[in-house]
Design a protein around this ligand. Structure first.
Ligand code: ATP
Ligand code: MG
Length: 236
């Protein structure tokens, strides 16, 4: 059997856990509470894959504005000029207001048309959708489960590696509202863990990753000069 090609997450330690990274062509959810680095991890992964692995990436934001995202990534040490147009940031939040009045089906249709046109133009190999709850809210599905199923099929037909970001509430272990967790090929969960009265640590774990033997354990997630690192949690 041919070896599966993998896309590195560029989180040191985590790629090893997954046998090198996310299998190419997978649709993977990054799910976590606010501020758990969902956007940063996705962006950082795309940035380094464009820079070092000849990938072309497209980040579709429906939530955080383009300028705010660019500023944040710049502050985190990513030099966006060095990747140029090979990492496109598309701000659909901007046109969201105008699209809302077009109605439900057409919004999803417009989203797909956008993504398809970009695929034809720049032929991206990695796509990020930030975020899935906003996309489904705008889509106003009448039959959520079957429409989402078709959306995932459409994503898979694009033959790209796809990251979909999903917001979770701190008090819940539900990764997704409409069954996206079952439709996804992989789930990476990010959370804040209270380690004492005053200390909170960021944690990351691979909940599932099809075609991959991986540890389901939580790791401590750190961000520093060398980028993201996942290390074993030292339990007392
Ligand atoms: N320059 C920086 N260096 C290190 N950490 C930073 C830097 N800038 C922001 N952060 C941290 O990153 C967090 C936000 O990360 P990010 O936006 O990726 O999270 P998110 O999970 O996408 O959040 P949201 O739910 O708001 O979309 C901030 O709360 C802050 O703690
Ligand atoms: Mg975010």
């Amino acid at each position: 059997m041919a070896e599966i090609k993998r896309v590195k997450t560029y989180i040191q330690g985590l790629d090893k856990v997954m046998g090198g990274g996310i299998p190419e062509g997978h649709v993977v959810m990054l799910a976590g509470e606010p501020g758990t680095f969902k956007s940063s991890i996705a962006f950082n992964m795309m940035y380094h894959n464009v820079k070092n692995e000849n990938h072309i990436a497209c980040y579709i934001t429906l939530e955080q504005g383009r300028e705010s995202l660019i500023q944040q990534m710049d502050e985190m040490g990513m030099d966006l000029e060095s990747v140029g147009n090979d990492l496109s940031i598309v701000d659909l939040a901007l046109i969201r207001k105008n699209l809302e009045k077009l109605g439900q089906q057409s919004w999803m249709q417009i989203f797909k048309t956008y993504a398809n046109n970009l695929k034809e133009n720049i032929d991206y190999s990695i796509l990020c959708i930030d975020s899935m709850p906003v996309l489904t809210m705008l889509a106003e599905f009448t039959h959520p489960r079957s429409e989402l199923f078709h959306f995932f099929e459409w994503l898979r037909e694009m033959k790209i590696t796809c990251l979909i970001l999903s917001e979770m509430s701190a008090s819940s272990d539900t990764y997704a509202q409409l069954g996206e967790d079952f439709l996804s090929d992989g789930i990476i969960h990010l959370k804040m863990e209270k380690v004492s009265d005053v200390n909170i640590q960021r944690r990351i774990r691979v909940v599932k990753m099809r075609s991959t033997e991986h540890s389901p354990d939580f790791f401590t997630l750190l961000y520093g000069k060398g980028g993201f690192t996942a290390t074993r949690v030292i339990s007392e």
